[in-house]
Design a protein around this ligand. Structure first.
Ligand SMILES: Nc1ncnc2c1ncn2[C@@H]1O[C@H](COP(=O)(O)OP(=O)(O)OP(=O)(O)O)[C@@H](O)[C@H]1O
Length: 494
């Protein structure tokens, strides 16, 4: 028997009769059915009053399925009091901010069974693209976001996860590297969880991907989606997957997110092998990120101030870059972007072991077909696998989750200082992409060898040794939870 797609209920406050209809894309809470085109006689407790046209009714009294968390029928506890239908959902503003809310209706006792079936229909539709009652492993860095991560999680995220009836295990990280250890060693991780949620900055996801790479069955481990509740100082993973760093909106996206495969990068340095999911930087960006700790008192502007100081002083970062470039001109990069943008996501990775390194490690000879760029005057070396590197820096507008390339930006310090400044201060909207003063390549492997004795290397925002490293791609190795199945970035025009 098909499940019913509408049910009659009554508002609790004034017993106004309403029809709850499962429309295409949203749940309609319809006064008009009862009263024709007349204004309604009352209001719902949590939804604004309806007064004018049917368009207003639609706009004001509908809940998009993505925002529906749960619905249930509470049997009546008092004699002669009908059962109550409750619908928990997130009120969403501008596709960026969310708040938890609930609407409730009285149901005729004789409609109880029909209402149960309707609820099933509503939940099936609301969770069409993802798992219901997700089992979540939440890793909380209590020091993330200047020590506010735990409090913010409890206040803003936990209530939404509870409303969605997720089954949650929370673990606080106790020291640097703890998240990687938890993920590497947890028994039954693949069996017991539907997602790993990093309640942190980008440091914990970095550790999680590295922990997953050490599991005995790497293919199964990397199928667990990783996602982020933005509770750190840098929350790029969330910005790319959710399109906002509002904690409640991100929590809704954890509940409703769609698993998608993402390329991950293998990095070798000294005698170690790592996974990096976001970015690798040397030069001004790494310097401003990691070398401005003494300016933390300035808050977020330390990065901009650090940048201006370095550009004005003509800072240079001599190094040798050897790179396997797949798309070199901006036209080729655009073509590659549009070719891959709408391709179906199919993860090709099936072996149980971490894939072999196609190009060896940083200690092996450099393949002959790699291009060599030997420069004493590099200003910026930045490689990314996701468009946003922070909520206000769209450094890699052409990056895609699963195109098999990393995006590389090189800027030489010999260009006019005002051009470097305008590029770096203009990344907020990704407008630098068309600047003739920078190189923007799609690459699939590279090595960088710094020539100075000391400096900063930033990998996913974390500080690494200042020694040569080499990176190549593992296409589609990782899985993340995306709000829409894509990265949330404007992309680049044709
Ligand atoms: N209990 C802990 N004590 C100290 N360091 C920790 C702890 N838990 C996690 N860490 C480490 O803190 C680092 C930063 O974490 P995260 O990215 O979550 O926060 P953040 O606020 O963005 O920090 P930062 O501004 O330092 O990047 C990571 O390297 C992580 O391993």
């Amino acid at each position: 028997m098909p499940l019913p797609n509408s049910i009659i209920g009554y508002t609790q406050a004034d017993r106004v009769r309403v029809r709850l209809v499962l429309e295409d894309g949203f749940l309609l809470i319809d006064h008009a059915q009862t009263y024709g085109n007349q204004p309604s006689l009352g209001c719902f407790s949590s939804i604004s009053c309806v007064s004018a046209s049917s368009t207003d009714i639609l706009q004001q009294n509908s809940i998009v399925y993505f925002n529906v968390l749960w619905a249930e029928l509470l049997p009546s506890t008092l004699e002669n009091h009908p059962p109550i239908l409750t619908i928990d959902y997130c009120k969403v503003k501008d596709e960026k901010k969310a708040t938890l809310d609930r609407v409730s209706f009285l149901i005729d006792a004789q409609n109880e069974r029909a209402c149960d079936a309707w609820i099933e229909n509503l939940l099936n539709t609301s969770y069409r693209n993802t798992i219901r009652n997700k089992r979540l492993l939440v890793l909380i860095n209590p020091f993330g976001g200047q020590g506010a991560a735990l409090t913010r999680y409890k206040k803003y995220s936990a209530p939404i996860l509870a409303a969605a009836r997720c089954r949650v295990e929370e673990i606080e990280t106790k020291y640097k590297g703890h998240a990687a250890e938890i993920i590497e060693n947890m028994e039954g991780l693949e069996r017991n969880y539907d997602a790993i949620v990093c309640c942190s900055g980008d440091g914990i996801p970095h550790e999680v991907f590295n922990g997953l790479s050490k599991r005995p069955n790497v293919a199964a481990a990397f199928k667990i989606p990783v996602c982020q509740l933005p509770c750190g100082s840098g929350n790029a993973l969330c910005v790319n997957l959710v399109g906002s760093n509002d904690l409640q909106f991100a929590t809704l996206s954890v509940v409703k997110g769609i698993p998608i495969p993402v390329d991950l990068c293998a990095l070798t340095q000294d005698n170690k092998r790592y996974i990096t999911f976001l970015s690798q930087a040397l030069g001004m960006i790494a310097d401003c990120d990691l070398g401005t700790e003494n300016m933390r008192w300035m808050g977020e502007s330390r990065f901009t101030v650090g940048l201006i100081m370095r550009v004005l002083s003509g800072a240079k970062y001599p190094c040798k870059v050897s790179v396997r470039i797949s798309h070199e001109s901006r036209t080729q990069v655009r073509q590659a972007y549009h070719e891959h943008k709408n391709k179906a996501h199919t993860s090709t990775f099936e072996r149980t072991q971490l894939p072999d390194l196609k190009y060896g490690t940083v200690h092996d000879p450099i393949p002959e077909d790699w291009k060599s760029i030997d420069t004493s005057s590099l200003a910026v070396f930045y490689v990314g696998k996701m468009p946003w590197v922070s909520s206000d820096a769209l450094f890699f507008p052409a990056a895609l989750p699963h195109d098999g390339y990393m995006d590389m930006i090189l800027i030489d310090s010999s260009i006019p200082k005002k051009e470097i400044l305008s590029i770096l201060l203009g990344v907020a909207e990704g407008k630098h992409f068309d600047s003739k003063y920078l190189h923007y390549y799609k690459v699939d492997a590279y090595r960088i060898e710094p020539k100075a004795h000391s400096g900063y290397i930033s990998i996913d925002g974390e500080s690494f040794n200042f020694t040569p490293f080499q990176v190549e791609l593992h296409p589609g190795l990782g899985t993340v939870l995306s709000r829409t199945g894509q990265f949330q970035a404007p992309g680049i025009g044709i």
